[in-house]
Each structure stands twice: as C-alpha cells, then as structure tokens.
Design a protein around this ligand. Sequence first.
Ligand code: ASP
Length: 350
Amino acid sequence: MIQSQLITITGGNMKRIIGAGVLAGLVGLTATPVAAEEPFAIAIHGGAGTITRATMTPAREAEYHAKLKEAVDAGYAILEQGGTSLDAVTVAVQVLEDSPLFNAGRGAVYTWDGHHELDASIMNGATAEAGAVASVTTVKSPIALAREVMENSVHVMLTGPGAEAFAKQQGLELVENSYFNSKSRYEALQRMKKQVGNPQDKTAWQQLPADYKHGTVGAVALDKDGNLAAATSTGGMTGKRWGRVGDAPIIGAGTWADNESCAISATGHGEYFIRYHVAADICARVKYLNQDIFTAGDAVIFDVLEPVGGTGGVIIVDPQGQVHMPFNTEGMYRAKRQAGQAAEVAIYKN
Ligand code: ASP
C-alpha cells in the first residue's frame, strides 16, 4: 500500500512540510522519513544612499566589499554550525559596528553639538521578544546592549544615561565618546551645517542630500531550527538635534522579526520609516495577505515610501531562507549568504 507520510519539522516553520514515503511505497521499500537539509540564511546591510561608482575609488570599494564579506561570513559560520539566528545577527552587526566604514559603533556620525548618540535594536522571531537602546554615548557595542535589554531586563527600550547605567551593571565595554570620533564624519558635519545654514529652517533640513541621513548597519537571519532574528545599529543622522531618535531602535519601524512571516532590518530616512512603520508593515503583508517577501518588500519601498520622499531600503529573510534586499536609493551596501552557497556582496543598484 502506498502510504503518504507527512513529516513536519518543528522550530516554528509551519511551511516546511515534506512528503516522504510516497516514493518508498512505489518502489516497495519501507518508508523512512528523511528530513531535507534545513534551510538557513543571513543577509546584512551597511546603509543606503547616493552610492555610485562615480563617487567611489576602487580601493575604497574593495574595503567595503571585504568588510561586508567578513560580516556575512561571520554570521553564516554560526548558522552553519547550528547556532542561533540571534547569535548570527549579533556577531554580523558587531563586525560592522567595529569598522569605521559604517555609521554605527566606531564610525558613528556627529550630532549637531559635535558628539555621538547611538541607537540599536534586536528582535527574536520565535518569541516576539525585543530589546532596544537609544541615545547611548559610551557603549562600544550598542547591539550588545540591546540584546542585554532583551534577555536580562524586564523592559524593551532603554535610553540615555539609564541605558548606560544598565550597560555598566551588565559588564559591557564602555568607551569615551571620543572613541567614535573620525575626521571624515566631522567634515561631513561641517558640510551639513553649511548646507542647512539656519538650523531653524525646516525646508533646508528636508532638502539635505540622502547621505547625511543614511548609513545604519543591520542583519537578518534564519537558523536551522527555523527561527528568524533581526538586528539594527546606527549613529543616526548627521547633525541630529535634541536627542533625536531614528527608526533603528523602534521595533516595527527599523527592526522586526516574526517566525510566521519574515525578519527585517531597515536603513534610510528614519522619520519616514517610523511614520510608515516599515518593517512591521512588510511582515504584516506577508502574514495577513499571504504575499511573498519580494512583493511585500517592493510594495512598501517603491509604492509607499518612494512617492512620499522616504529614501532607503530593507533586507528581508523569510522562513524558507529566501532573501530580498530592495532599496530606492542609488546604492545600498549589502550582502547575503544562503545555505551551501558563497557570499554575494553588492553595493550599487545595477
Ligand atoms: N535610519 C537611520 C536613522 O534615521 C539612518 C540610516 O539608516 O542611516 O537614524
């Protein structure tokens, strides 16, 4: 008798159902359920903006390429060994936070007052637990602190001096704010101030080129147990004032993970990503409209954000290990690596 046996692989991934036994029955063998190789995947970004070949030297491009590959490979190695998506996204983001090339951690941009305030968040798609920090000034790895908030506090978001007191209590590495200083970001602040002129001029702020508003890093991953996770870390916007907080630490705006739909990390003009609730909107379309991540991601980035002037992009991974990285700017530093495949790194639109 031909018997169809359905094996459901647990781990939160309802869609991974494998029909086994049919073939075995046909050839007269005893059906032995064999689980297919579990999918896993990681994607990362290092910010979106006016990134074109014309504005890049080959040497600089090689540096970005190497660092993105290092980060995606570090996360991939964890997943390949059966580690969690949470560990993979944390480690990948930390590689980028430690590099002066990106606007997060070491390479954070300057505020209007000439110092650095960092934001970060992380979300566990299996449990809907999340942790976030905003406006921290002395924490070397804001993503590590966001994870501490998620795992070792009863809160979701901590800000400023309170967040730093918690970091100290948890034994995280603290640095002077000057650790985040860099010549190139300082010069960017001076250029930005010149372009804005009067800081009260709202239109001048809105007309700033995208590059002053972009540069966050992030990672999303699916592990072999079918669990999704997302993490985002940033120095925010060049010249930000009055304790401005962007989308990166806002769960649902810059970061979202849900095992039943997708995991997302965003980069772009944070004010728009907050108002349009970008990360959660994309995953909600996947969950409730049954859209795939390609349809849902493109709809929000190109049909919702672009018409209203919201520039930026997202990285998305779904429970099958598919990856999509749509953006409506000239470029987005990005990389992905799916089970058994080599890393793919890209910078420009085409
Ligand atoms: N989204 C970040 C913010 O608005 C900036 C960025 O992605 O570069 O703070």
